[in-house]
Design a protein around this ligand. Structure first.
Ligand code: NAD
Length: 331
């Protein structure tokens, strides 16, 4: 019975964690949220929310006490601009967070543990073309992950697999491919491409200046998955008995230029793309969802157009409130 199960969500002050707390509450779970900050965009629905720095061992013991399941989402992370710059900080902080949280969960007798990994674990040499072959889970070796961020994710995946083998911990490992949606960071340097482009299009709308900057030539490719599909996927994975790493993303690949066009179309704003120097990450990346379909009998279903239209509306409202509150809204 879900209502008798006690769940910890780490990173519950962040984008996916905040959504996940609400999702699990609707399913009837008792939920503790933990983060170093409260959610920025709305009240948490957690039964209990503790502000704890999970790099610290004592805090991890406190966070994981008395719960049956852990969804481990806490991470020092951000979009390309962030993860291509702060390698030492990211590796140091995330290794501490994940090593301590997993071991504390084991000592506290947690039954199920889900670790949120990333498509950044895949080797850069398999992602050199924009027209890339979708990445299957086994493509991860021989390893050459993207940035320190990807290395840490790969090491923690291995740690979860070894905890499963050595201690019988019921672990899950999910590799997200670009999750987006409302209530996520949209400015400040940690935002990811969909949120950054929504913000730029909203500025174009409010200022009347159609020029939006795109890092690189905009022909780099990715797939993007709506946060509601992400929640459904990780919940289904937690109910399954599958403990090897698994992709969770859309398998529709678009260029960053196309992503900007879809957002501009949803916004009803004419844009002019200006291509500038900037970190682009790998040239192409897409998810192979064969295993996802096999294991969960399901795959993400929210269309990019629908998801981006909703995300744009939310970000436009944020931009308006913060920067253009006194100006009349165009029809
Ligand atoms: P997010 O940055 O919004 O959330 C992460 C949260 O972790 C933040 O609220 C942050 O304050 C918290 N955190 C950081 N350091 C902490 C510490 N020392 N102690 C406690 N909390 C700490 O990111 P998100 O998009 O919600 O991502 C959630 C998870 O999914 C992360 O592990 C991330 O690496 C992974 N992931 C996300 C994506 C994506 O597209 N959003 C893609 C791949 C993987």
């Amino acid at each position: 019975m879900p209502s008798e199960q006690r769940v910890l969500v780490t990173g519950a002050g962040g984008f996916i964690g905040h959504h996940l707390v609400s999702y699990l509450k609707k399913k009837g779970y008792w939920v503790r949220g933990v983060d170093i900050k409260m959610p920025e965009f709305g009240e948490t629905e957690a039964d209990e929310f503790e502000l704890l720095d999970l790099r610290r061992w004592d805090n991890c013991l406190q966070a994981t006490r008395g719960v049956d399941q852990v969804y481990a989402l806490a991470a020092d992370m951000g979009g390309m601009g962030f993860i291509s710059k702060y390698h030492a900080q990211i590796l140091h902080n995330n290794i501490l967070i994940n090593t301590h949280t997993l071991e504390a969960a084991r000592l506290n007798g947690v039954k199920k543990y889900l670790y949120t990994s990333s498509a950044c674990v895949y080797p850069e040499y398999k992602q050199t073309d924009a027209d890339v072959k979708p990445l299957k889970e086994e493509d991860v070796f021989p390893a050459q992950p993207q940035d320190a961020y990807g290395w840490e994710k790969l090491v923690t995946e291995q740690m979860c697999l070894h905890y499963h083998d050595a201690y019988g911990m019921d672990t899950r490992i999910v590799r997200f491919h670009n999750i987006f949606g409302p209530l996520g960071t949209w400015e400040g340097g940690r935002e990811k491409a969909p949120a950054a482009l929504c913000r730029k299009v909203a500025f174009a709308r409010f200022t009347g200046d159609p020029v939006i900057e795109i890092w690189g030539d905009g022909e780099q490719t990715r797939s993007f998955c709506h946060v509601d599909d992400c929640l459904e996927g990780i919940y289904r994975l937690m109910q399954s008995d599958f403990h090897d790493p698994i992709n969770l993303g859309q398998d529709r690949m678009v260029t960053i230029n196309q992503l900007a066009d879809i957002i501009a179309e949803a916004a009803g704003v004419e844009i002019e793309k200006k291509h500038v120097e900037g970190p682009q990450g790998v040239r192409g990346r897409n998810s192979d969802n064969t295993l996802l379909r096999e294991v969960l009998g399901w795959e993400p279903e929210i269309s990019l157009e629908e998801g981006l239209a909703e995300t744009y509306r939310w970000i436009e409202a944020q931009v308006r409130e913060k920067y253009f509150a006194d100006e009349p809204v165009a029809a």
